[in-house]
Design a binder for this molecule. Structure first.
Ligand SMILES: [Cu+2]
Length: 123
């Protein structure tokens, strides 16, 4: 009897630990076939915080910083083609605003804002 109670307590403790496990160590942006195309369309992250774009659509996309298309502007990130069910992760960025779009579908736009201040987690 006492053993059963102990087992139940351990299982309960284990599930509590499971529930409080920290979220994935990156901010996830999900690519969508319809507007707003990048979900969420605008994200704010801390300096150096990784960002990951996931492509669950049946279509190829890119995640291309606007600067990559402008002469002399810094190109912060350009994924190249991201295949369906694939993803693109960047390790982190310096503070600033990073508008980006999809080369395949230029109507697809999003923006990443990177700040020095701590950012509350976005769920
Ligand atoms: Cu696209």
């Amino acid at each position: 009897m006492r053993l059963r109670v102990m087992t139940a307590v351990l299982v309960l403790a284990g599930s509590i630990v499971g529930l409080t496990t920290s979220p994935p160590p990156y901010t996830a942006i999900i690519i969508d076939s319809g507007s707003p195309y990048f979900v969420p369309k605008a994200v704010t992250v801390s300096t150096g915080a990784p960002i990951r774009w996931e492509n669950p659509t049946p279509t190829e996309h890119t995640i291309t910083h606007i600067g990559c298309m402008e002469d002399g502007a810094p190109c912060a990130f350009d994924s190249g083609i991201v295949l369906p069910n694939d993803s693109f992760t960047i390790p982190g960025l310096a503070p600033g605003r990073y508008p980006y779009f999809c080369r395949v579908h230029p109507i697809m736009h999003g923006i990443v804002t990177v700040t020095d201040s701590p950012v509350p987690s976005q769920l």
